[in-house]
Structures are given as C-alpha cells and as structure tokens.
Design a protein around this ligand. Structure first.
Ligand code: ADP
Ligand code: MG
Length: 253
C-alpha cells in the first residue's frame, strides 16, 4: 500500500448477541503505516470488533473494506490470506513445540484450508520453505536467538512477540493486536513497543487494543474509544483523553 492509503475501513459494523449490542454501529479507519489504538473498558466490544473484521464472527450488519474490497462475510482464512493478520487476547501457542515450529505451523495453517488436512499435506519442500520464512520473521522481531527454544519456556513478553512473528509469517498488510502488552513488565513493554514502531517504519498498519494508556499513547497519533459497544470518541490522544465522555467511562463508571 502507498503511504496514507486507507487500508481498513469499518463502516457502521454491528454485532448483537441475543439482546446485547456488543458492537453498536462502529466506524473507523486505519491508514497505511499507521498505528491506531482501540481502547475502552472491559466488555466495551474491542475483541468482538476484531472478530468481526477477521471473519471469526458474522456481523449483524455493516461493512468492512480492506484495501478497497469488501471482506465482511468472507471466511476467516480468506481474510487472512488477503493480508489481515491478528493475535488473540490470550496467548495461543503450542508450548511444547519450538519457537520456530510455532511460527512455521502458524504460517502453514493460514496457507491451507483445514487444520488437520493442512498439517498432513506439508511436503519436504513446503516444510523447508516455511521454516526458512519463520526464521526470517523471528529475526525481524528480535527472537533470532530463540529459534530452537520451547515456546513455553519463553517469558510472557517474548511469547507475545512470538505471536506477532507468527502473524507476520502470513505476510500481512494490516495487523490486529489484541492486548499484546497485558501483564507484561515495564522492560517487556519497552521491547514490544520497539517491535511495533519498527514494523510501522517498515510500512505495516496496526490496529492495537490496549489498556495501558502510556503504552498506547507512545505508539499512536490516533485513538478510537469504545464503551458498551459504542464509539465514544476518536482523534489524537491528547484530545481524546480530555473528552468528558471518555473521562466518565474510565473514571466515573
Ligand atoms: P472487550 O474486548 O472490549 O473487553 P468483548 O468484545 O470481549 O469486549 O465483549 C463485548 C461484550 O460482548 C461483552 O459484554 C461480552 O460479554 C459480550 N460477548 C463477547 N463475546 C460473546 C459471545 N460469543 N457470546 C455472547 N456474548 C459475548
Ligand atoms: Mg477483549
């Protein structure tokens, strides 16, 4: 994508679960090479928004365009194949497998339709190519010295970065990261922030769900704030932070 291109356009997307409106006609965009912060209290609808964009859940109504094409309603694997990568709120690694295998397997599963069928069909050439690509992505995020370590032995901060490497192996244009800094120590957050700003420098677009305001403010010029499924505010961090509705949602309850 060219700098400034609107990579992701979310238009009045809605999701109800029975009587609960989890995502209430939310609209926002992400441009090429931009990190957008998506913030809001627990239960605001942030993860559900990710699930709608990535095709994990069907939307009730609305539209999502990725690089100008409608993706809402496509299967998750098709959306991923077009260049939308993601990580989940809870670490989803295979702890007994190596760091390298975790990334290679993740890329492989994305490239193939069914999990089991995909795993069985990898031939030798495929496997070598996937391992090579996995190692490249791990070096890109600074995990090059841990390729053969068991994933479960890494510190939480490294596991989160490993998950980002796994998403990168599918060659995304846009990354959706769901609370990658949650539970991390200060130094781990610093390392994660360095990885994210490096990716942005390389042209990656990132939609970042995060609770730690200091962390997100360091990385973004654009915040979208959700509360009870609704978009409360949107704009530069300083402006959004001074918004009375935002202060109320965070402090007033
Ligand atoms: P956030 O990520 O901002 O904390 P979520 O998107 O996880 O919020 O949840 C938004 C609301 O939708 C919450 O009230 C949650 O309980 C509800 N919710 C999320 N997923 C489901 C589901 N699969 N079924 C029913 N309710 C759900
Ligand atoms: Mg969530």
């Amino acid at each position: 994508p060219v700098a400034g291109e609107l990579v992701l356009a979310v238009d009045a997307v809605r999701k109800t679960f029975g009587g609960l409106v989890a995502v209430n006609d939310i609209s926002f965009g992400v441009r090429a090479g931009e990190i957008v912060g998506l913030i809001g209290p627990n239960g605001a609808g942030k993860s559900t928004t990710f699930n709608l964009i990535t095709g994990v859940l069907p939307a009730t109504s609305g539209g999502v365009h990725f690089r100008g094409e409608s993706i809402l309603g496509l299967p998750a694997r098709a959306i991923s194949a077009r260049g939308v990568g993601r990580t989940f709120q809870h670490v989803q690694l295979l702890p007994g497998m190596s760091v390298l295998e975790n990334v290679a397997l993740g890329a492989h599963l994305r490239a193939n339709a069914g999990v089991v069928r995909g795993a069985l069909r990898a031939d030798r050439a495929d496997e070598a190519r996937l391992l090579h690509e996995a190692a490249t992505q791990l070096r890109r995020v600074g995990l090059g010295e841990y390729l053969y370590e068991q994933a479960g032995n890494l510190a939480l901060g490294q596991q989160r970065i490993l998950e980002i490497a796994r998403a990168l192996a599918a060659d995304p244009v846009l990354l959706l990261l769901d609370e990658p800094a949650a539970g991390l120590r200060y130094k781990e957050k610093q390392a994660l922030a360095a990885v994210l700003s490096q990716l942005r420098t390389e042209g990656m677009s990132i939609l970042l769900v995060e609770h730690d305001m200091d962390f997100v403010m360091r990385l973004t010029n654009h915040l979208v704030v959700m509360d009870f499924g609704t978009k409360l505010a949107e704009g530069p961090p300083a402006e959004v932070q001074a918004n009375p509705a935002v202060l109320e949602a965070y402090l007033g309850g």
